[in-house]
Design a protein around this ligand. Structure first.
Ligand SMILES: C[S@@+](CC[C@H](N)C(=O)[O-])C[C@H]1O[C@@H](n2cnc3c(N)ncnc32)[C@H](O)[C@@H]1O
Length: 209
């Protein structure tokens, strides 16, 4: 079965197998990098990324709107787990000085987050920086840092969890340079800053896979 049948866009790459075989069916929503998808695939899961952008690395990828994937979800073939990385542009408190000029964008972004959190999927993790999701929807279940997962830098990342245990740090390392200072300005800056770190991706796959 192709995801085109759900009106979601184009399903690219991979074998496209729909067989379960004991493995979980995992949807990585809002991921162009393929980093979390590949961490789950390496553990034998049927993992798919979904983004409006093409995948940076070959693999199972749904090119299109993740809400259409969720709306078109057939009852007999539900996802077991979704990890979602919705855009934080209008939500992150680091951009608070512009909040008054983007009320409508914020409402739209919050609605997107709510729809992801309310998806009919048993296990869900939604990830975002410190943001107004905490005050407008609910507080996160956990806040993690890259230095807890082998990357010597800081970037507070909130996790909203449904039927998942908190992530246990896998490798606490030295280094507390703010990640925000590591990227120089340029067209790819947002991408470089938003890619999920491999240490975090592996921890998710090892502990939730
Ligand atoms: C903050 S980035 C997350 C990047 C991710 N951590 C990664 O490693 O690829 C947010 C992503 O959400 C995607 N996005 C926004 N709206 C979407 C939608 N309706 N459906 C699917 N992806 C969407 C954007 O294209 C962007 O790549």
């Amino acid at each position: 079965m192709s995801y085109d049948q759900f009106g979601a866009g184009e399903a690219l790459g991979g074998e496209g197998t729909r067989e379960r075989g004991g493995a979980m069916k995992v949807l990585i929503a809002c991921e162009f990098s393929g980093i979390v998808r590949d961490a789950f695939a390496a553990k034998g899961h049927d993992a798919w990324s979904c983004d409006l952008l093409p995948t940076e690395k070959p693999g199972n990828h749904i090119l299109g709107d993740v809400l259409k994937v969720l709306m078109g979800m057939p009852k007999e073939e539900p996802w077991d787990l979704m990890i979602a990385h919705p855009p934080c542009t209008h939500l992150a408190v680091s951009g608070a000085r512009w909040f008054k000029d983007k009320i409508q964008e914020q409402e739209t972004a919050l609605l997107f987050v709510k729809r992801l959190l309310n998806a009919r999927i048993k296990k869900i993790c939604l990830e975002n920086p410190i943001s107004i999701i905490s005050s407008r929807i609910r507080k996160p279940d956990q806040i993690i840092q890259p230095w807890q997962f082998g990357h010597g830098e800081t970037k507070a990342t909130c996790l909203w969890l449904k039927n998942l245990p908190k992530l246990i740090p896998t490798s606490i390392v030295d280094g507390r340079l703010a990640r925000v200072h590591k990227e120089s300005p340029g067209p790819d800056r947002w991408k470089n800053r938003s890619r999920t770190l491999i240490g975090v991706a592996r921890a998710m796959a090892e502990q939730w896979g």
